[in-house]
Design a protein around this ligand. Structure first.
Ligand code: PEP
Ligand code: MG
Length: 330
């Protein structure tokens, strides 16, 4: 089994009908690039930078500390893309109490719908510019992509672009080097999925965060055990938003990936391939099982059964009938 997995690491993820699939890793700290490379990942699809901000003694990481962490990840990946998500702090990923108090945001009514992720960054502009400077400086050492979490408004993208402009002027003035950085948004809020054709014109790529997209589409707190049985990736509304987002991003000629848990669960690989997904990002340990699925999949045949699944009242059942026996044929 070990030897087979090791062989798999160097096997490119190509479907039976010749579609090349990118399998990227989700990481939390720069050291996770070791596992990412060992798993055969062809890039980092999601660097959850908030982990640099969590579990600290009340302070926040400086620009230098962040720069060192991003640079370490970028150098470790040696030219492969590293997608750094700006802090997704709040809700299920709180800052420790002291930092929160320092930032005067201690009263939160509903964290999942509150001042989290990009909303938090835009409310803390100097902290945000520090992070942007650290990310841009790291881009001098490899291929860096910048990913904005929890976008719901076009105005948020504009504000980020303004902040980037200002940061580049600061870096130019300081004689700091940086490379070209593609900017993308996460599709995690139904509003962003619904308006994707508009949003996508203003960015280089999108990454679908199914964990939050499911939470906000179904109004199910992803951390609440009492409603966990209703957290359903197969809900027709979730599938419609997913399929629509993938198709619309592709139609606009923009790269699209999925970096939520669905991407790393082999039970959804055929479904996502059928929807047209060509880039998956997941925990490194999940890459081998997803790759095995891809090696046995025929993306054209999968695409042909998508309308039936999307039209079904019971998509999970329809998919089990339509997808699984087909993949077993091979
Ligand atoms: C997601 O929401 O699917 C996602 C990838 O981001 P996180 O799980 O960090 O919120
Ligand atoms: Mg999320």
């Amino acid at each position: 089994e070990r030897a087979r997995l090791a062989r798999l690491r160097h096997t490119p993820a190509i479907t039976l009908d010749g579609q090349r699939i990118e399998l990227h890793a989700n990481i939390e700290l720069p050291g996770d690039t070791v596992a990412a490379l060992a798993s055969g990942a062809t890039g980092v699809g999601l660097f959850r930078s908030e982990f640099l901000f969590m579990n600290r003694d009340g302070d926040l990481p400086t620009e230098e500390e962040q720069f060192a962490a991003y640079k370490a990840a970028v150098e470790a990946m040696a030219g492969l893309p590293v997608t750094i998500r700006t802090v997704d702090i709040g809700a299920d990923k709180p800052l420790d109490r002291m930092s929160v108090n320092e930032l005067r945001h201690e009263h939160v009514l509903n964290p999942a719908m509150g001042l989290r992720a990009i909303r938090w960054s835009l409310a803390e502009p100097s902290m945000f510019r520090q992070q942007l400077r650290a990310i841009y400086r790291a881009s001098a050492f490899g291929k860096v992509k910048l990913l904005i979490p929890m976008v719901a408004h076009l105005g948020e993208i504009r504000q980020v672009q303004e902040a980037i402009k200002r940061v580049k002027v600061q870096l130019d003035d300081a004689g700091q080097m940086y490379g070209r950085v593609e900017v993308g948004v996460m599709i995690e809020v139904p509003a962003a999925a619904i308006m994707l054709p508009h949003l996508v014109k203003h960015v280089d790529f999108v990454s679908i965060g199914t964990n939050d997209l499911i939470q906000y589409t179904l109004a199910i707190d992803r951390a609440d055990e009492a409603v966990a049985h209703l957290y359903d990736p197969w809900h027709p509304a979730v599938l419609h938003l997913l399929a629509g987002s993938i198709a619309q991003a592709r139609a606009a000629g923009k790269e699209v990936s999925v970096c939520g848990e669905m991407a790393g669960d082999a039970a959804f690989t055929d479904l996502l391939l059928g929807m047209g997904l060509r880039c998956f990002s997941m925990h490194p340990s999940q890459i081998p099982s997803v790759k095995q699925r891809i090696l046995r999949a025929d993306s054209q045949r999968l695409a042909a059964v998508m309308p039936r699944i999307l039209d079904s009242d019971e998509p999970a059942k329809t998919a089990a009938e339509a997808l699984t026996p087909q993949s077993r044929l091979h």
